[in-house]
Design a protein around this ligand. Structure first.
Ligand code: UDX
Length: 448
């Protein structure tokens, strides 16, 4: 019975795949802890209610001009959503308060949905910010105003490979800077400077991976920081995909030998051009290794899908490769046939890979992905860097090193250790397990 629950939490999601997934997973985890869950979402990219029958949903009128999931909200949209959804969320919650089964005890919002904080203030309940990337990224991002004040910006190309003062292992090229959009950059800096005004910060990460960054975040913002990852392991295996998952690839994986397949996916936002797609294809084909490759429709500029590949591409790769539009990624990464993941290093993909012991090839595209890639390769040492312009020879060599080389074998061993440590952290007595209990106590102590 919902009215026997500890209280209702409203979770406000941002309409991008990498943002919505971990918040929905957090909703599942907090539901299992006894809270009733309401998901507030935009009209664009709504979650599928039938996948979450135990949640209730609040539709926020976003006024976004999109109709299909291949489109991505722009910078202006992010500000428009915050402007247009404020009043409706407040009204909907006030109405709910009058007739509801159980009292709203807190709002947890994606950091891009900051309007929710003022709604929480109005209703006088705690406002907790969920940060969808990793602690090292936020800590590096928080250092940028200092680096600017110390005269490091704009930095010269000659400095790109130098280590940033007090930010080891990051080089200047790894800093999360939107060099082509300093206006947006400033908006995000302003946004981050507000984090100390929130009641608490929640991150989908694990203590042992990011101990020092987590400590620095806590010192910087002076609010409780809860690290409750990996959410993909804590939440039940329910699809959160906006795109249709092609499950046939699991049957294909069933026919492959252990650790023999490279899984290739660049997440929900990354874009490429026809040259990059073609070089990737030949790199994969010439590597001699088996691969499962996600090419998201609309992700190659000027093409709908894979039209730019050689007409006989299926004959070239034969049974050794499979290309799909969207995969059930979490299931793919748990499959014993998968021995490597060539990724753009989005944080969800990274956590999903680390917690399954799958070593990686890192091709970050922008922003937090560059920080994450550097930590994968130089801090956790479970991945190879494949950066810059992609060309078939370099791709082929990198794939061989990861899949059948000595280096790759060492990384696989290390990744297996991280998988075991992650498993310890989510079970009784582990850091994420304890952090979840503390989060639950925090929500109750601040309300009931
Ligand atoms: C982006 C950022 O890169 C990320 O770091 C940030 O925190 C959130 O926004 P995205 O680029 O989509 O997200 O990458 P990622 O964070 O890896 O999220 C992608 C999600 O889509 C993952 O949960 C992955 O499992 C899922 N996915 C991807 C599929 O289910 N199927 C696919 O074929 C590809």
């Amino acid at each position: 019975m919902e009215n026997q629950r500890l209280g209702r939490l409203v979770l406000v999601i941002y309409p991008l795949q990498g943002h919505a997934t971990p918040v929905l997973q957090l909703g599942d985890v907090l539901h299992s802890k006894g809270f009733a869950i309401t998901i507030a979402h935009t009209r664009f990219n709504p979650p599928n209610p039938s996948n979450h029958p135990h949640f209730s949903f609040l539709l926020l009128p976003d006024n976004l001009p999109y109709s299909d999931t291949s489109q991505t909200p722009s910078v202006d949209d992010f500000e428009a959503i915050n402007r247009d959804c404020h009043a409706p969320l407040q009204e909907l919650l006030e109405l709910k308060e009058q007739r509801v089964d159980c009292q709203v005890v807190g709002i947890i919002f994606d950091s891009l949905m900051y309007f929710a904080a003022t709604v929480a203030d109005h209703i006088k309940i705690p406002r907790l910010v969920f940060m969808t990337s990793n602690a090292a990224f936020y800590q590096a991002f928080a250092a940028i105003p200092r680096l600017m004040a110390e005269g490091f910006f704009p930095f010269q190309d000659s400095m790109l490979h130098e280590i940033v003062p007090q930010q080891y292992p990051l080089r200047f090229k790894d800093l999360p800077v939107l060099r082509e959009n300093m206006d947006m950059m400033q908006k995000l800096i302003d946004l981050a400077s507000n984090f100390q005004k929130f009641s608490a910060i929640i991150l989908n990460t694990v203590d042992f991976l990011e101990q020092s960054s987590l400590l620095q975040l806590q010192q910087q913002y002076q609010v409780p920081v809860f690290q409750v990852g990996p959410l993909s392991k804590l939440a039940p295996a329910i699809s959160t995909s906006f795109l249709k998952e092609d499950s046939n690839c699991i049957a294909w994986l069933d026919n492959q030998t252990a650790n023999s397949v490279l899984y290739v996916s660049k997440g929900s936002l990354s874009m490429s051009d026809s040259k990059e797609l073609t070089e990737t294809f030949w790199g994969l084909a010439n590597s001699g290794q088996s691969f499962l490759w996600v090419v998201r429709p609309g992700s190659v500029s000027g093409s709908e899908w894979t039209e730019v590949l050689p007409k006989d591409f299926k004959e070239i790769i034969g049974e050794r490769g499979l290309i799909v539009k969207w995969a059930p990624q979490k299931e793919v990464l748990t499959h014993s046939a998968v021995g490597g993941f060539w990724s753009h290093c989005g944080w969800n993909s990274t956590m999903e890979s680390l917690s399954e012991g799958v070593p990686m090839i890192c091709s970050p595209q922008f922003f937090d992905q560059k920080v994450i890639a550097r930590y994968i390769t130089h801090e956790w040492k479970v991945g190879l860097e494949l950066d810059g312009e992609l060309e078939r020879g370099g791709i082929e060599r990198c794939i061989r090193t990861l899949m059948v080389g000595k280096n790759g074998a060492e990384m696989r061993e290390r990744a297996t250790e991280l998988k075991q440590m992650t498993s310890v952290s989510i079970h009784e007595g582990g850091s994420s397990y304890n952090s979840l209990i503390e989060l639950t106590e925090f929500l109750l102590a601040n309300n009931i």
